[in-house]
Write a protein that binds this ligand. Structure first.
Ligand SMILES: Nc1ncnc2c1ncn2[C@@H]1O[C@H](COP(=O)(O)OP(=O)(O)O)[C@@H](O)[C@H]1O
Ligand SMILES: [Mg+2]
Length: 427
């Protein structure tokens, strides 16, 4: 049995950088846990502390329920694959894979047997006699994994092991890594900045931002009920539409969400209406994924937004329309560019667009002089919303056409000014 637990683990580097800020999480026996976050958020630091390459400034790390801070790396039954997976260039593939066994004194006979088994499982049985320079990138990565697996570690740590490979190979190796670790039942912690990779591979995903754990759950849980605005914006492609809304409570009827030119209504029968009603007169963020929007005829009653198509993207199996509905979008700066989909315009163009568009509304100052997240230009900013909508592959509409979309209100997400989910007893 192999488990990993972090209890309030903090790492502050000598220069004062807070790389990891009170992170607590448990990886269950045999689980494939993915640690997801943008570059610099502290993922590698977490792995390195688990492996024993760095000491936490504060907090506890437990392996199999036992504190390990006094245990040197080689006694932790951990194997780690790094992003640059350096192989020994002068050794054959077989010797590279078998090197950890040789170090620990395993006899040549059983050693060859283990090397053969691991290489077979990784599909590199044919190249055991070659040198690393005679291998493709994908084969080299497999050798690095083989070298890590050969000692049958209890815990497998992988730090962005696929990020140097091209996308086709990455998809192939993703599936191989998960099936291999599941077959072996080895407890795995896998680091990536790629949200698609995290969602496809993980049993559970832990999402980090600036050293802080933001959310933890199965891919379905974090995708369907993201704990914070940041997680909502990070997961999924196209990205979740995040619209600024002003809340108005009509006691006898509903809670109105005003987006500037248009309004959606949350009936009192909706279990979330009371939580949202507490923000009467204030601004919140309403999140709507493309799959919660369905094109309809303009006369359709109910929760419908009307707009005009600003861009249309053809993706082969579907098209994405970007709809101007006269609303203001919230952009979470840190993740712009971290996920695929249409990117916000580049510097100069973006500024021009902002200048030409109507001025963004001023957010209400927070009591106590605190700056709210949405006010902090380093983290979020506003721009005219372009609501992404999924359409059939070659739609009859094009740029400039009007389009109406029905909003599936029970799949809409609400976040407050600080970026926390507004909900009753979430998850
Ligand atoms: N040895 C170090 N000394 C000082 N700062 C470091 C060191 N290693 C990492 N950092 C800083 O700690 C933060 C987290 O880094 P890291 O864990 O490597 O992030 P990630 O793996 O998510 O990209 C970053 O701000 C990084 O610059
Ligand atoms: Mg890293």
């Amino acid at each position: 049995m192999s488990t990993v637990a972090l209890k309030d683990v903090t790492k502050v580097w000598p220069d004062g950088t807070m790389a990891v800020d009170r992170v607590s999480l448990e990886v269950r026996d045999g689980e494939f846990m993915v640690l997801l976050g943008p570059s610099g958020c502290g993922k590698s630091t977490v792995l390195r502390m688990i492996a024993g390459l760095e000491d936490p400034t504060q907090g506890e790390i437990l392996l199999n329920g036992e504190p390990v801070l006094d245990l040197p790396p080689r006694d932790r039954s951990i194997a780690m694959v790094f992003q640059d997976f350096a192989l020994y260039p002068h050794m054959s593939v077989a010797d590279n894979i078998g090197f950890p066994l040789k170090l620990s004194g395993v006899e040549p006979g059983p050693r060859q047997e283990r090397i053969g088994a691991v290489a077979g499982a990784l599909g590199i049985g044919e190249v055991l006699g070659r040198r690393p320079s005679q291998l493709s990138g994908g084969q080299r990565q497999r050798v690095a994994m083989g070298r890590a697996m050969v000692r049958r570690p209890g815990i497998f740590l992988m730090d962005e092991p696929l990020s140097n490979l091209d996308s086709g190979l990455r998809a192939e190796l993703r599936a191989e890594i998960t099936s291999m670790t599941r077959e072996l039942g080895v407890t795995t912690m896998y680091v990536t900045h790629d949200q698609a990779e995290a969602l496809t591979m993980a049993d559970r995903v832990a999402i980090m931002r600036r050293g802080i754990l933001q959310d933890l759950g199965t891919p379905t849980e974090v995708y369907r009920r993201p704990a914070t605005l940041y997680v909502a914006a990070f997961l999924g492609s196209p990205r979740m539409n995040l619209l600024e809304a002003q809340v108005y409570v009509h006691l006898d009827r509903y809670v109105a969400l005003n987006f500037g030119e248009q309004t959606l209504y949350l009936p009192w029968s909706d279990p979330r209406s009371r939580a949202v009603a507490r923000y009467h007169g204030e601004r919140i963020v309403v999140g709507v994924r493309a799959e919660a929007l369905t094109p309809v005829t303009p006369e359709t009653p109910g929760a419908v937004l009307h707009g005009r198509i600003r861009y249309l993207e053809h993706h082969g199996h579907e098209s994405l329309a970007y709809l101007d509905v006269g609303a203001t979008a919230i952009v979470v700066d840190e993740i712009a560019g971290a996920t695929p989909g249409r990117q916000p315009g580049s510097g100069a163009l973006k500024k021009l667009v902002q200048r030409l568009s109507r001025p963004a509304a001023e957010a209400a100052p927070e009591p106590g002089g605190q700056v709210s997240l949405l006010n902090d230009p380093g983290r979020h900013h506003r721009k005219p919303a372009e609501l992404s909508v999924r359409l059939a592959p070659y739609p009859a509409v094009s740029h400039g056409h009007p389009l109406s979309v029905a909003v599936q209100m029970d799949s809409v997400h609400f976040f407050d000014e600080r970026g926390d989910r507004i909900d009753v007893g979430w998850r």
